[in-house]
Design a protein around this ligand. Structure first.
Ligand code: AMP
Length: 427
C-alpha cells in the first residue's frame, strides 16, 4: 500500500479546501446571521457524548442507534459515541446546565455529525448540520417561526426547487390509537416486509413508515393515515400551523408518511426537499419538528420543544462554488528589506478597516512580490519605498479596476491618509 492510499481520509469523510471551504464558511456565516436575527443564541456541545445520551434521546429502535453510530469504549471502558445529530446533546446540555427553569431558551449550533451510513453524493459519514432548538413554548407559532426561518434562509441562499413537506404525528393519545390501526393494516403484509420492518411491527410500528426499502414504501403508500386518528387537540394544533403558513404565503404539501427517523417527535414534523443537483429526484435539505416529550425522557421537567437541522453539505451542493467567492484583497509591498517594518506597520493599520483582506507578501524583491499579487487576484498594491517614506508617502497601484480607478492607475497618497484612501476606494 502506498503512503498516499494509507493517508487518504476515512471513507465517507473529506477535507474542505479552496472553493468548498469558502462555500462552507459562507453558508455558516449566512445561517448564523439569520439565526441571530430570529433571536437564537449560539451554544456548543461536545462532539463526543456518553452513548446513553443518544440512545435515550433518539430511541433504541432507530437506524441511527441500531446501525449508524460511531461508538467505542474509552480507556475507562465507558461507551462513548460521536454525535449523530445535535438535539439529544442540546437537551442533555439544557439539563446539565440547570436551565430548565430559565425558559424560553432559543439556541443554534453547527458542526460535524457522524453516521455510519452508505456514502454517496450528498450523504457522508462525517457531515455538517446547522441546528436550531426552541425550548419552552407550546405555541404553534414557534413551529411556524422555525419553518419561516428556513423558508427565509433558502430564499436568501437562492436555492431553487424547494418543497416543504408537512405532517403531524399528533399527541400521545393520537399515536397509541394510530399504532393499533397501523399494525392491523401492516400485519396483512407481514411476510413481505423487510426484516427490520418485520421486527419493528412488534417494537415500533410507526418507524416502518420511514423505511428506505422499496417494498416497505409501497406497502406504506396505502397505509391508514395518521391524520385520520388525530385527537381534536392535535387536529386543532395542526390546523393552526397550516393556517399561519398559508397566511404567510409559505406553500407546503402534506406528506402523511413523514414520521422522520427519530423517535422523539410530537405534533409537527417537516422536511424541506430540494432537487438533486444534476440528477433526477429530490433530497432532504432540512428536517425538523416538535418533540415535547424529550426533556422529560432525560429526567427533566415536562418542557415543550421544537427544532430543526439544516444539512450543510447539501446546501453546499445546491449553492455551488460561486457562493463562496472571496472579498477583495490588497497587498502592502516593501521595496527594500530596510522598509519592511514601516510597510508592515501600514499593513497593520489597513487591517483595521475590515471588509478587505490585507496581504503582506514574503517573496524576495518587489518583482516577485508583484508577480505573486497578479497571480492571486490582488486588486491593488501599496508600495512602500525608502524615498517615499522620507516624504511620508506611499504609491498605490491598482492591478484591477476598482470603482473609478482603472487597472494600472498609480496614485501617490500621504501615509497619514492611506487608511482613508483605501476605505473610500473599496467600501
Ligand atoms: P436528520 O438529523 O436525519 O433529520 O437530518 C437533517 C438534515 O441533515 C437532512 O435533511 C440532511 O440534509 C442532513 N443529513 C442527514 N444525514 C446526512 C448525511 N449522512 N450526509 C449529509 N447530510 C445528511
Amino acid at each position: 500500500m502506498s503512503d498516499l492510499v494509507k493517508f487518504a481520509p476515512v471513507r465517507g469523510m473529506r477535507d474542505f479546501i479552496g472553493d468548498d471551504a469558502a462555500v462552507y464558511l459562507f453558508i455558516v456565516d449566512f445561517l448564523r446571521d439569520i439565526a441571530t436575527r430570529y433571536g437564537y443564541n449560539f451554544l456548543e456541545t461536545p462532539i463526543l457524548e456518553s452513548t446513553s445520551v443518544f440512545a435515550r434521546g433518539i430511541g433504541e429502535e432507530t437506524d441511527i442507534i441500531g446501525k449508524e453510530m460511531f461508538s467505542f469504549c474509552d480507556r475507562s471502558e465507558n461507551s462513548v459515541s460521536l454525535r449523530p445529530e445535535g438535539t439529544a446533546s442540546v437537551v442533555r446540555a439544557l439539563i446539565s446546565n440547570k436551565l430548565t427553569q430559565t425558559l424560553p431558551q432559543k439556541w443554534f449550533y453547527y458542526g460535524p455529525m457522524f453516521r455510519y451510513d452508505r456514502p454517496q453524493k450528498g450523504r457522508y459519514r462525517q457531515f455538517y448540520q446547522f441546528g436550531l432548538e426552541y425550548f419552552g413554548s407550546y405555541d404553534h407559532m414557534s413551529d411556524v417561526e422555525l419553518i419561516a426561518l428556513v423558508d427565509d434562509a433558502l430564499r436568501g441562499l437562492k436555492i431553487d426547487g424547494i418543497q416543504l413537506k408537512l405532517n403531524t404525528v399528533g399527541d400521545n393519545e393520537t399515536r397509541s390509537q394510530y399504532k393499533s390501526v397501523l399494525v392491523e393494516y401492516l400485519e396483512k403484509y407481514e411476510a413481505e416486509l423487510s426484516p427490520d420492518s418485520m421486527r419493528r411491527l412488534k417494537t415500533n410500528p410507526m418507524r416502518i413508515l420511514d423505511s428506505k426499502e422499496q417494498r416497505d414504501q409501497e406497502i406504506c403508500g396505502n397505509a391508514p393515515k395518521i391524520l385520520d386518528s388525530l385527537t381534536p387537540e392535535a387536529r386543532d394544533f395542526f390546523n393552526k400551523v397550516q393556517e399561519a403558513l398559508s397566511f404567510l404565503g409559505i406553500t407546503y404539501e402534506i406528506d402523511h408518511t413523514l414520521v422522520r427517523g427519530l423517535d422523539y417527535y410530537d405534533h409537527t414534523t417537516f422536511e424541506f426537499k430540494m432537487k438533486k443537483p444534476d440528477e433526477e429526484g429530490t433530497i432532504a435539505v432540512v428536517g425538523g419538528g416538535r418533540y415535547n416529550g424529550m426533556v422529560q425522557q432525560f429526567g427533566g421537567p415536562n418542557i415543550p420543544a421544537v427544532g430543526l437541522a439544516f444539512g450543510i453539505d447539501r446546501l453546499m451542493l445546491a449553492c455551488g462554488s460561486a457562493a463562496g467567492q472571496k472579498g477583495q484583497a490588497i497587498a502592502v509591498l516593501n521595496v527594500d528589506d530596510a522598509d519592511q517594518n514601516e510597510a508592515f506597520k501600514i499593513a497593520q493599520e489597513l487591517r483595521q478597516i475590515g471588509g478587505v483582506s490585507v496581504l503582506f507578501p514574503h517573496q524576495d524583491g518587489i518583482t516577485k512580490k508583484l508577480r505573486f499579487c497578479d497571480k492571486s487576484g490582488v486588486s491593488c498594491v501599496v508600495i512602500v519605498g525608502e524615498a517615499e517614506i522620507k516624504k511620508q508617502e506611499v504609491t498605490v497601484k491598482f492591478l484591477q479596476q476598482v470603482k473609478q480607478f482603472a487597472a494600472s492607475t498609480e496614485v501617490v497618497v500621504r501615509i497619514d491618509a492611506i487608511s482613508d484612501f483605501i476605505h473610500k476606494a473599496f467600501l
